[in-house]
Write a protein that binds this ligand. Structure first.
Ligand code: GLU
Ligand code: ZN
Length: 297
């Protein structure tokens, strides 16, 4: 009996803090092609973890824009806002391991004590928290070196204690940290490879450490270059990148395939959006993506 190749499961995980712009559409298309070219599944997760920044209206907009571009996902959509029980359980495990400690430092406290870009000074590691103030929870790091081989960017290494410092797992405003939520969800959804923008490369080390502490298998990682504007800033809601819901579907898809180095011919313009994607699936290869952190819009 031949061994069955494990199924590829990829995902796209937008945060609904604004409409979908070309930079996020490009990540969506890349992860879609990566899954479909391996007869794998492609899942959609809405990262609406932060109630202060996310809006249901944007979730709806993102979902209908993905449909408009013919990026059809498998299985029901997962919403982080509905998954707090899983995050709470993971937090408790870390707490039982004695890895978490409360921190009451405000941004101002930190700015007064330490210069920007330095790691947290562990002020609260030895303090008793005052009862009438909410706390963040930080993860106490040991001398933890994390390395992994990124499918696009190559071998990566980080000394977490020196380069990141004890990081926040549960925020002072009582929101779970993205790092924790993302790894719990990727695991529960059986994601075999995380393909996302290189702006999240740095967060992978923290996520891998959390996977190790929680006995979760580390998926494969592939961080593709982000699309930056002429000023070097990543296209994002903050730089007012245009909503692709308003762009012409064929032209925009073809533009995205160009960014993914697929050299789409002009004739694709005569095809339906689903046919454009079908043209791209067999031509896609992650090896065509260069190990750069950004490309120009
Ligand atoms: N929700 C995150 C973002 O939009 C992406 C999370 C991930 O891909 O791990 O930046
Ligand atoms: Zn503190």
């Amino acid at each position: 009996m031949s061994a069955k190749k494990p199924l590829y499961r990829g995902r796209f995980a937008p945060s609904p803090t604004g409409p979908l712009h070309i930079g996020s559409l490009y990540t969506a298309v890349a992860s879609f092609l990566q899954a479909r070219s391996q007869q794998g599944q492609w899942l959609l997760r809405i990262d609406d973890l932060d109630p202060f920044r996310c809006k249901a209206q944007y979730s709806q907009q993102i979902i209908s824009t993905l449909e408009r571009y013919n990026l059809h996902w498998d299985e029901p959509i997962a919403y982080q806002s509905e998954r707090h029980h899983s995050y709470r359980a993971a937090l408790q495990t870390l707490q039982q391991q004695g890895r978490l400690y409360p921190c009451q430092c405000s941004r101002k406290d930190l700015a007064n004590r330490q210069s920007a870009n330095t790691v947290y000074d562990r002020h609260c590691l030895t303090q008793r928290p005052s009862a009438n103030q909410t706390c963040a929870l930080r993860l106490r790091l040991n001398a933890e070196q994390i390395s992994f081989k990124d499918r696009v960017q190559g071998l990566q290494r980080q000394d977490l204690a020196r380069q990141v410092g004890d990081f926040v797992i549960f925020r002072k405003d009582q929101v779970y940290a993205y790092h924790l939520a993302a790894i719990i969800d990727d695991d529960e959804q059986g994601v075999s490879e995380v393909l996302r923008g290189s702006d999240l490369l740095d967060s992978s080390f923290r996520q891998i450490l959390l996977q190790q502490l929680l006995s979760i298998e580390t998926p494969l990682y592939a961080h593709i270059p982000t699309i930056n504007d002429a000023y070097g800033a990543k296209l994002s809601k903050q730089t007012f990148a245009a909503d692709v819901a308003l762009s012409p579907v064929r032209e925009t898809l073809i533009q995205v395939l160009g960014y993914l180095n697929l050299q789409p011919p002009k004739e694709l313009l005569d095809l339906e959006p689903s046919e454009i994607l079908n043209w791209a699936i067999p031509r896609w290869s992650i090896d065509k993506i260069k190990p750069e952190t950004s490309i120009l819009f």
